[in-house]
Write a protein that binds this ligand. Structure first.
Ligand SMILES: CC(C)(COP(=O)(O)OP(=O)(O)OC[C@H]1O[C@@H](n2cnc3c(N)ncnc32)[C@H](O)[C@@H]1OP(=O)(O)O)[C@@H](O)C(=O)NCCC(=O)NCCS
Ligand SMILES: [Zn+2]
Length: 259
């Protein structure tokens, strides 16, 4: 993404090519070692784009205390609620707590806009399509988006969809091959899961998954094995094997996934 954006901001008309080339080394790209974005430190737009990306990628995005329906308070203490509380004064008090998991309310524009901005960064990092938001962002959609809020920031996000049985498959962890001629039936599809860089390896993704399986379908907690993954990345595959990988009698580790 970074280099794509850098190219866009450095775009120029044909007559300017020569003079740009004469400016030379000062327009060289540099790669940030923390967020891995390539940008040109001498181009103001690039510097601003990098600052924005860097901040979000490392620390998440500022999140207002009254955004989202709270489904879990102080998740570090494992106190998951089974159903989201109504927007009452009680819920208002819990929102003041430092750590919580919230479910996005698609009909609330400010929280929706912010979540879409976070998803832009997530999709860039995952090299995933940017147009797969309807199931959670549309008020009529059957999917959900969950966010982990810590220190006034959304530091992690999970989008989840309800699956048609025809999409479900087993994947062999070792070589990422799909098991043929077996048609498993899973309930929920993990479309995107992302934790900002400074908060990784603290169990946050696991807590989001636990909140989602208890709160996506009203009144029903989905079994862990019925949560399927969509083309897991390297780290996503490791999380999947830890969270709900299944050892087959052949000795191979299988991961529930969907197409
Ligand atoms: C994958 C990702 C969401 C994991 O988030 P996280 O909050 O760090 O995950 P957790 O701390 O809940 O991990 C739980 C367990 O999963 C395994 N695990 C998760 N990420 C791992 C990694 N990068 N390497 C090795 N094991 C990993 C570990 O067993 C871990 O338990 P442990 O720390 O006690 O060993 C995060 O690394 C991320 O956002 N990556 C970039 C986006 C991405 O690739 N998303 C996956 C799309 S399928
Ligand atoms: Zn950076």
């Amino acid at each position: 993404m970074a280099s794509r954006r850098s190219k866009a901001t450095g775009k120029k008309g044909p007559k300017l090519v020569q003079s740009r080339l004469q400016i030379g080394p000062q327009h060289k790209l540099t790669k940030c070692s923390k967020c891995e974005m390539s940008y040109s430190p001498s181009v103001i737009d690039d510097v601003a784009t990098h600052a924005n990306y860097h901040d979000l990628h490392l620390k998440g995005k500022k999140w207002s205390s009254n955004w989202g329906a709270v489904v879990s308070i102080n998740p570090s203490n494992e106190s998951l609620l089974l159903t989201p509380p109504p927007s009452s004064s009680k819920a208002g008090t819990s929102r003041l707590r430092d750590e919580r998991i919230v479910m996005l309310r698609p009909d609330h524009q400010a929280e929706l806009r912010t979540t879409l901005k976070i998803m832009d960064i997530v999709n860039d990092e995952l090299h995933a399509p940017h147009n797969e938001n309807d199931f959670w962002s549309n008020p009529d959609g059957t999917g959900r988006a969950f966010l982990y809020i810590k220190g006034g920031r959304a530091v992690a996000v999970l989008t989840i969809e309800i699956l048609e049985p025809a999409r479900c498959r087993w994947m062999v962890y070792e070589d990422r091959s799909i098991v043929q001629r077996v048609q498993p039936c899973f309930t929920l599809g993990i479309s995107r899961i992302w934790v900002c860089r400074t908060q990784r390896n603290c169990g946050i993704a696991t807590k989001l998954l636990e909140a989602a399986r208890a709160n996506t379908i009203y009144g029903k907690t989905v079994e862990r094995w019925a949560m399927a993954w969509s083309q897991p990345t390297d780290s996503g595959g490791k999380l999947a094997s830890y969270y709900n990988g299944v050892k087959h009698k052949s000795g191979k580790l299988l991961i529930p996934c969907y197409l």
